[in-house]
Write a protein that binds this ligand. Sequence first.
Ligand SMILES: Nc1ncnc2c1ncn2[C@@H]1O[C@H](COP(=O)(O)OP(=O)(O)O)[C@@H](O)[C@H]1O
Ligand SMILES: Nc1ccn([C@H]2C[C@H](O)[C@@H](COP(=O)(O)OP(=O)(O)O)O2)c(=O)n1
Length: 226
Amino acid sequence: MNSSVPVLTIDGPSGSGKGTISRLVATRLGWHYLDSGALYRAVGIAAGWSDLDLSDASALVRCTFDTEVGFRDDGDGEPRVIVNGVDATLELRTETAGAAASAIAAIPEVRSALKERQRAFRQPPGLVADGRDMGTVIFPDAAHKVFLTASAEERAERRYKQLKDKGVSVTIDGLLREILARDARDASRAVAPLRPATDAVLIDTTGLPIDVVVARVLDVVSRPIG
Ligand SMILES: Nc1ncnc2c1ncn2[C@@H]1O[C@H](COP(=O)(O)OP(=O)(O)O)[C@@H](O)[C@H]1O
Ligand SMILES: Nc1ccn([C@H]2C[C@H](O)[C@@H](COP(=O)(O)OP(=O)(O)O)O2)c(=O)n1
């Protein structure tokens, strides 16, 4: 459909820097940005608002179809995320929302229900897509693929600082446990598990400043294709 529009996929585990790097790279390239995790998180919190049981697959699939998600970019960093008309930006970033997202993301029908919604973001002049399966399942034909990693300890520390700055009360130990549990669930599920595409460039961001990671990713995009 939009297969002539170039796509850069940025996959990786929690706290590896996908969102930060994707937004900066998208701005530099003048491309659109898809935060696919926000869609899973939105369904997770909408399910919570409706008191749905996270093991009730058919109710969660209905909830996936019924949940409206909008992004509003005020140009001051992270776009606001509007879920069913409510600004849910802060709630969306909590580890509770991350864990709910990871749980519902293991349900194959929920993943299928979100497939076309994600592909619709592929619009000219290009798309930077951030998630777990962008390079493997959603945009397997993407011209450029990156897989970001970092040590679990550094990822927990980054998340700790990020949530503390937003006034959310957390501990590094608690975050580390939650991140490791989420990594294990995301990597072990049967459908679209977290793993690098065979043609992805791996970047270990442990100890690397954000601007260096951005430069490396832009370098991947500027390489000749094929
Ligand atoms: N290379 C990096 N070095 C230091 N901090 C980083 C780096 N990349 C991202 N961060 C910070 O780590 C936090 C988590 O990054 P984020 O982009 O939300 O990760 P992800 O989307 O992979 O979960 C943010 O506060 C971000 O500013
Ligand atoms: N493409 C995606 C994106 C997210 N998910 C699931 C699995 C993740 O643990 C949750 C939350 O993803 P999100 O990218 O928002 O989380 P992090 O910012 O990496 O902590 O959603 C997914 O299964 N596939």
